[in-house]
Design a protein around this ligand. Sequence first.
Ligand SMILES: [Zn+2]
Ligand SMILES: [Zn+2]
Length: 94
Amino acid sequence: MTPTNRPMAQRCAVHQQRPAFAVCMQCTKSLCQECATQWDGIWYCAACLAVRRAGPVKRSRAGGWIAVIAASIVILFFSTRLMVWAGVLLAGLR
Ligand SMILES: [Zn+2]
Ligand SMILES: [Zn+2]
């Protein structure tokens, strides 16, 4: 009797001696604990993660700067209004 290949005994694509810990959702490669990286709740190998990171992150950074500028304008607007309100309040107390 020869042992047949068991589908459960998966090995890491990089480290043949290590058992598979996760599977890359992009290229379906078996990965060990060291090779697998979780990003946005999904497991990726190092190569697919690099591609993934290079993609939409740049765009969101530009959006982040716009949000920061918009937020500072809003804060500036409200602070000037707050100063007017404070002035009215102080004038009323006197
Ligand atoms: Zn991959
Ligand atoms: Zn590995």
